[in-house]
Design a protein around this ligand. Structure first.
Ligand code: PEP
Ligand code: MN
Length: 337
């Protein structure tokens, strides 16, 4: 249920209402919107006399949140969630630009890329140190050593870091080095991992599962937020369809739909979405036009020799060439990049 307090109801009233709701065994989450306190009271409320709650002092309204996902819905929080990471405010009118290699491969590669990422004007460097690979014989990532290299390369260039965490037991370790914890497509429904990142003090970038509906995706985000971590960024990275010419089908329909029903920031990953480097720029521009709050791109100094995802990686020169075009599309829809 959504319990909205009267405008100007003070902190003692807000605390009192929250405490009384908790005494029914409900979990209570709070958000503030235009000077009003909104409380999401979640759990089995069947024994609660909601008409009585409506009459409590300080309560303005009590309504049901109809969507199956509650805390991530616009009904609970009408205003956009903005997540500050380094120099970037993800979900604001300024686009969040993230770029970097699929995998961190070594010191020289990471430093070369970090320099190019900063030069292009992006503010977040991506790079996997723990890699979910389809084949057990493919490069699996450098692990903690990769995280250390990534951190050093990003710091030397004033960038924030996003890196994937594959396992609930890795969360503390990855959080030591990364500013944003990425939960990959294959792990979107790994509920013990979602629970664990829900306890972390770092923003989470939640990629859409390969065959997940928008509702399943938002329910996964709800798992994280319900554990207390409200800093979730949704990342559309393409879904599995019958099409075989492209690696995945970047579902840009999801962008305006999500922006309407959820307050969470939404970014797009056209690299995994289409999987063909020469077509990545077109889909990056399309993502911005569709209203994405940011873009995540894979980039490699020598894509042909990349240890993973070379076929979809831009060169530093291609990233640089894309930037003015991205800015032009952003400006056309009243945003900046
Ligand atoms: C990645 O970002 O390199 C990655 C493995 O992404 P996804 O989970 O979307 O496949
Ligand atoms: Mn990749």
């Amino acid at each position: 249920m959504l319990v909205v307090l009267q405008p100007g109801a003070g902190e003692p009233v807000a605390n009192d209402v929250a405490t009384r709701l908790r005494m029914f065994g409900l979990a209570v989450h709070r958000t503030d919107h235009q000077g009003q306190v909104r409380l999401g009271a979640l759990g089995d409320g069947s024994s609660v006399d909601w008409d009585a709650v409506r009459k409590w002092s300080g309560v303005q309204s009590v309504t049901r949140i109809a969507a199956p996902f509650k805390l991530v819905s616009r009904t609970f929080r009408p205003s956009d969630t903005i997540i500050s990471v380094g120099r970037c405010a993800i979900g604001s009118e300024q686009l969040a630009l993230m770029a970097g290699p699929c995998s961190v491969e070594g010191e020289e590669q990471a430093f070369t890329i970090a320099k190019a990422v900063a030069k292009a004007g992006a503010t977040v460097m991506r790079g996997g140190a723990y890699k979910p690979r389809t084949s057990p014989y493919s490069f699996q990532g450098l692990g903690e050593e990769g995280l250390k290299i990534l951190r050093r390369a990003a710091d030397a260039n004033g960038l924030a870091v996003v890196s994937e965490v594959m396992d609930s037991q890795q969360v503390t370790l990855v959080a030591r080095y990364a500013d944003i914890l990425q939960v990959g497509a294959r792990n979107m429904q790994n509920y013990s991992l979602l629970r664990e990142v829900g306890h972390a003090q770092k923003p989470v970038l939640l990629k859409r599962g390969l065959a997940s509906t928008i509702e399943e995706w938002l329910l996964s985000a709800e798992h994280i937020v319900s554990q207390g971590n409200a800093q979730v960024i949704l990342c559309e990275r393409g879904i599995r369809t019958f099409e075989t010419y492209t690696r995945n089908t970047l579902d840009l329909n999801a962008v305006p739909v999500l922006k309407e029903i959820s307050h969470l920031p939404v970014i797009a990953d056209p690299s995994h979405g289409i999987g063909i480097s020469r077509h990545v720029p077109a889909m990056a521009l399309a993502s911005v036009a569709a209203g994405a709050d940011g873009i995540m791109l894979e980039m490699h100094p020598n894509p042909r020799e990349a240890l993973s995802d070379g076929a979809q990686s831009l060169t530093p020169g291609q990233l640089q060439a894309l930037m003015p075009r991205l800015r032009a599309v952003a400006a056309a829809i009243g945003r900046s990049a």
